[in-house]
Design a protein around this ligand. Structure first.
Ligand code: UDP
Ligand code: MG
Length: 317
């Protein structure tokens, strides 16, 4: 694989042994049919099941399949970043392994990019009816919030299924931030982009690898990465608390002056819990930003590569 391929297909995979054979069976005819040199770069995100074994087995009969194994589970976004850092194609498509994103669209995305000279082609979901109600409601809340926080360019139904030109990939790789959320940073780079739409399909096998904890992590990374609005919210809450405290002070002093000091357990309790709650919330918000600054300052990589089958080929004389 000395010659750079025209297309790299980057696929993050975490414990996908059930869906892997189905995915390969659907992706391979599509990329074989493109008529251009390609590589399929699977990033094995520290899978604990038989995913690595199955991948090695597929490689025997599929030379264009390249496997980058991460030492530990780094998460969806970090896995994609690992793939982008290593992909060699003039165009790079990122796609989930669970067949919710139909691989057949790749041909159309590549044609659109080449014919119209586009740097990014987003694949947007025109229909999410196969997603669970919970997923749809949380997704809507997520995109509404992000839009309000200034991520105007990102399309509400475009996830991480997209095609990028080499220039775009290089720009993404050069970004300094660590916990980048690609669906938000790619549109912000400002490259000319186009869009294709598709129906979101059901996962044919296996289960979602996005538990609530990972969804919350993605949301927090998105918000803190996009804006410092929550810090301002903390300021406003502090200001409102101050005003209320002043009014209560006047009330207490007047009560003292006219001798109407009734011992009030409820009011004390309410004030203490409310102020305590607001303080804890604000400390938490501050903590998120401090933590983000801290991890960025440490400069530790967000993933560790155990091996890359594409590199083994390259180490010849
Ligand atoms: N994934 C990953 N690392 C993780 C979680 C998920 O590489 O820690 C991969 C997963 O194998 C799949 C893609 O990211 O290819 C999207 O995950 P999934 O389909 O489970 O998410 P959902 O569609 O439920 O949001
Ligand atoms: Mg999925």
């Amino acid at each position: 694989m000395t010659e750079a391929p025209v297309l790299s297909v980057v696929v993050p995979m975490f414990d996908e042994e059930e869906v892997l054979p189905l995915f390969v069976a659907r992706l391979r005819p599509v990329v074989d049919g493109l008529g251009v040199p390609y590589e399929v770069l699977v990033v094995d995100d520290g899978s604990q099941d038989r995913t690595p074994v199955l991948l090695q087995r597929e490689r025997v009969s599929w030379p264009q399949l390249r496997v980058v194994r991460l030492r530990a589970n780094a998460g969806h976004q970090a896995a994609i970043s690992a793939g982008l850092a290593r992909a060699r194609g003039s165009y790079v498509v990122t796609i989930d392994a669970d067949l919710q994103d139909p691989p057949e669209l790749i041909a159309e995305m590549l044609r659109l990019a080449q014919d119209d000279g586009l740097d990014v082609v987003y694949a947007a979901r025109s229909d999410r009816s196969t997603d669970t109600r919970f997923k749809r409601v949380t997704a809507k809340g997520y995109y509404d919030t992000m839009r309000r926080l200034g991520a105007h360019q990102s399309h509400a139904h475009a996830g991480d299924y997209r095609l990028m030109s080499r220039a775009t990939v290089e720009a993404v790789n050069a970004l300094p931030e660590h916990h980048r959320v690609l669906r938000l940073v790619v549109p912000q780079l400002g490259f000319p982009g186009g869009m294709v739409t598709y129906r979101r399909e059901e996962r044919p096998a296996g289960s979602s690898k996005y538990p609530l904890s990972k969804m919350v992590r993605l949301a927090v990374d998105s918000i803190t990465g996009a804006s410092i609005a929550p810090l301002r919210l903390a300021t406003w809450l502090g200001l409102a608390g101050f005003v209320v405290a002043m009014l209560l002070l006047v009330y207490a002093l007047v009560g003292y002056a006219v001798g109407l000091n009734v011992p009030g357990w409820t009011s004390t309790f309410v004030v203490v819990t409310t102020v305590g709650g607001i303080q804890l919330l604000c400390v938490g918000i501050l903590g998120e930003y401090v933590g983000r600054m801290y991890t960025t300052m440490l400069g530790r990589p967000t993933y560790h590569v155990a091996h890359d089958t594409g590199e083994a080929v390259d180490t010849g004389p």
